[in-house]
Design a protein around this ligand. Sequence first.
Ligand SMILES: O=c1ccn([C@@H]2O[C@H](COP(=O)(O)OP(=O)(O)O[C@H]3O[C@H](CO)[C@H](O)[C@H](O)[C@H]3O)[C@@H](O)[C@H]2O)c(=O)[nH]1
Length: 304
Amino acid sequence: MILITGGAGFIGSHVVDLFVNNGYDVIILDNLKTGNLNNVNEKAKFIKGDIRDKINLRDIEVVIHQAAQINVRYSVEDPKYDADVNILGTINLLEAIRKYEIEKIIYASSGGAVYGEPKYLPVDENHPISPISPYGLSKYVGEEYIKLYNRLYGIEFVILRYGNVYGERQDPKGEAGVISIFIDKMLRGERPVIFGNGKQTRDFVYVKDVAKANLLAMKWKNEIVNIGSGKETSVNELYKIISEELKFKEKPIYDKPREGEVYRIYLNIDKAKSLGWEPETGLKEGIRKVINWMRGSYDKLNKN
Ligand SMILES: O=c1ccn([C@@H]2O[C@H](COP(=O)(O)OP(=O)(O)O[C@H]3O[C@H](CO)[C@H](O)[C@H](O)[C@H]3O)[C@@H](O)[C@H]2O)c(=O)[nH]1
């Protein structure tokens, strides 16, 4: 059996779906703070619980750790809470993994946040680590504890450093996700806000491709792997793609830049490719999927 922490969340729920569809028995552990029961696959067993509390891992073979405090700005406001969930929560989980003699952990880290402002592009896995937010640091400290538990107790690991993940179920009202925020605004006929001059870039990767990386990671051993598109897209380009797709004619509102964020980043994904993973969904195609999903969920709301 596989335990997926954060399995009711945006990324975690897609990981659950893929594992269930591939015949795995899945248990979800989620405190529903940002997760949503509507995301939960019926064929998975759901346990409402927090990674900082006592964790029962009886009959579990592999733990996929997707639960986290994921809000970069919030981590700056309240670094203690961020560290409590992301660092102490991960240690608590690792202690349970040690006690129950679990074989392996697959960990969701952040390729967007652990490297800091890149010294070269695209960023590969050997790029220096120099986060510029408590979130980036807490995600990295989690990685280091996982590597320590491998050295001390032989627990296998795969660390996946995600780019900017987007897709269905990303909450435009939630922590982040510029793609879902822009689509939501334009569908409501409101002008989206671009922070700064819009020339900042990101590596946008579709959530189901990220889920696939978790599935393949079942076969990888003690690897740290970037999971992104390997492509650089500016926020202005993104605005153009989405507004053309939605035939939204208005210009964005430019506001002051957000503090504590990197300017340009995109990931070198050669290592993932050499391990047999590749992003399959292009940005335009992925954006169309999010648009369809959002339209569908508004229709549902309007009917109720
Ligand atoms: O309304 C908005 C929202 C965002 N942005 C810009 O769009 C880019 C992307 O912003 P997001 O908030 O979507 O994501 P971040 O790049 O801040 O991503 C960070 O937060 C994510 C949390 O979901 C991941 O953890 C990721 O690894 C981490 O780098 C940023 O330049 C941001 O300034 C806008 O211009 N307008």
